[in-house]
Design a protein around this ligand. Sequence first.
Ligand SMILES: *[C@@H]1O[C@H](CO)[C@@H](O)[C@H](O)[C@H]1NC(C)=O
Ligand SMILES: *[C@@H]1O[C@H](CO)[C@@H](O)[C@H](O)[C@H]1NC(C)=O
Ligand SMILES: *[C@@H]1O[C@H](CO)[C@@H](O)[C@H](O)[C@H]1NC(C)=O
Ligand SMILES: *[C@@H]1O[C@H](CO)[C@@H](O)[C@H](O)[C@H]1NC(C)=O
Length: 183
Amino acid sequence: MQPVLFVTVWLVVLSPVTGYPTGAPVARCVDMTPGHNVPSQSSPSPYTIVISTTTFTTNQSIRVTIQGPAYLGLLLQAQSTNTDAVGTWDTPPPNTQYLACSNNSQSAITHSNKISKNSETTYTWIPPDSIQSAFIRATVVANRTTFWVNITSERLSRGAAAEVKMAITPVVFLTLLTSLAFQ
Ligand SMILES: *[C@@H]1O[C@H](CO)[C@@H](O)[C@H](O)[C@H]1NC(C)=O
Ligand SMILES: *[C@@H]1O[C@H](CO)[C@@H](O)[C@H](O)[C@H]1NC(C)=O
Ligand SMILES: *[C@@H]1O[C@H](CO)[C@@H](O)[C@H](O)[C@H]1NC(C)=O
Ligand SMILES: *[C@@H]1O[C@H](CO)[C@@H](O)[C@H](O)[C@H]1NC(C)=O
């Protein structure tokens, strides 16, 4: 009895990371879970996804980091109105690689090994032309037994082109303020 039980528990406990030591497979793109049998954490995630801006234009680079303790594994996508991965990611940082979700070879990122990644690891998302809003969604595997699913960023909305914002220079702004003040 006991050796059998031991082997079973061992396999189940190790599966989140050792199941995919070199990254999540395409089959995990939609549910974004590391595998069956092991539950995700139900406690609040110690990880938050931080994005460099909440407005975007087509092809603008958006920097994405995962703030929190160091982590071993991840699955990272941008989503818009359903579970499809939208847009593309720039060259994956060290110890990570592309995963071809939604039939697009650069639409998601996963780990490529068990070397730890941290809040300095920066991912770059490139929004496509086809969407008006999106958010970044991640599964983060802290270690062998502990992972959180459905970690989401703030929503990103399509915004005015950066050039338009630049048109309001400090001089124009000051002139506006002055004219208001002296009305
Ligand atoms: C975005 O990038 C793609 C691929 O480089 C290019 O074909 C497309 O014209 C670009 N679109 C805009 C609006 O910059
Ligand atoms: C994925 O892309 C290939 C090649 O472009 C195409 O033949 C296939 O039908 C696509 N599959 C889906 C599910 O869109
Ligand atoms: C796994 O990660 C969690 C969350 O960071 C931590 O509380 C726990 O101690 C870690 N366990 C091991 C075995 O490293
Ligand atoms: C994921 O999180 C979002 C925002 O917290 C929530 O609205 C959504 O229902 C969650 N989805 C799943 C599949 O848990």
